[in-house]
Write a protein that binds this ligand. Structure first.
Ligand code: HEM
Length: 211
């Protein structure tokens, strides 16, 4: 039977993956513009950290949502997934650098004592550490060389996003609705992934025993 092409996927074919880098850089350029034009608010350091932190969160969750979106609606953004992931990683790095450079003034002693005083920062840092090997291996050579291990390694994105969300929620005395929303979305995406991978394992035919 001939499959009917999804018109959204047909339209998407016109957009090359590198466009994600162009669009992904816009929130950063917006922060730069607001900073330079004096429109960033009364506490520029906090506002820059805040904006870059949320940009990181949106792109991370956007990247996680690509597979469920395809499975649930047929809209296929898979060919943009690598670029979305790399843009997310860039925002985590920029967010961390905004803290280290403009908040801590690259003063390591102060950075260490801030990490000690605000343990939730360690969760953010742990997330960045987990995301680093994923960013480094997000290229065709690594995918070819690592084979099955590449897929296994990329499961790290789930604990990494959860750590990022915990880092964000821990900052509140009373978690706002928006915080619960992002936690719910992350857990739902993780739950779907686990459920589908469990079902695939059950559905896969048993391998013949050798020997
Ligand atoms: C996946 C990783 C991360 C995500 C998703 C993330 C997300 C966020 C978000 C959304 C906020 C804004 C909270 C608000 O203003 O309402 C925030 C704040 C902040 N984050 Fe992160 N972050 C991550 C990693 C990091 C790292 C690696 C550092 C540096 C060690 C860091 C340091 C900070 C700081 C200093 C704040 C401001 C905290 C405050 O004002 O008390 N984050 N983060």
């Amino acid at each position: 039977m001939e499959r009917i092409a999804n018109p959204i996927n047909t339209a998407l074919r016109r957009f090359p993956p590198w466009l994600v880098y162009v669009l992904g850089s816009l929130p950063f350029l917006w922060v730069v513009w607001l900073t330079l034009s004096g429109g960033i608010g009364v506490d520029p350091v906090a506002e820059i950290e805040h904006r870059l932190g949320f940009d990181a969160l949106y792109f991370l969750i956007g990247g996680l949502a690509i597979t469920p979106l395809r499975r649930l609606t047929g809209i296929n953004l898979i060919r943009y997934r690598r670029q979305v992931g790399l843009v997310a990683f860039a925002y985590v790095v920029l967010h961390m650098l905004s803290w280290l450079i403009i908040d801590m003034g690259l003063w390591w002693q102060q950075a260490l004592s801030d990490l000690y005083k605000r343990p939730y920062l360690l969760f953010g840092l742990a997330s960045l550490i987990l995301l680093t090997p994923l960013a480094v291996t997000s290229n065709n050579i690594s995918i070819r060389r690592m084979g099955k291990n590449w897929r296994l390694l990329h499961w790290l994105v789930y604990p990494a996003v959860l750590l990022g969300v915990v880092h964000y929620l821990w900052q509140f005395k009373v978690i706002p609705g928006e915080g619960w929303f992002w936690l719910g979305v992350t857990l739902a995406l993780l739950g779907l992934r686990l459920w589908w991978s469990g079902r695939r394992r059950i559905a896969a035919p048993a391998r013949p025993v050798r020997g």
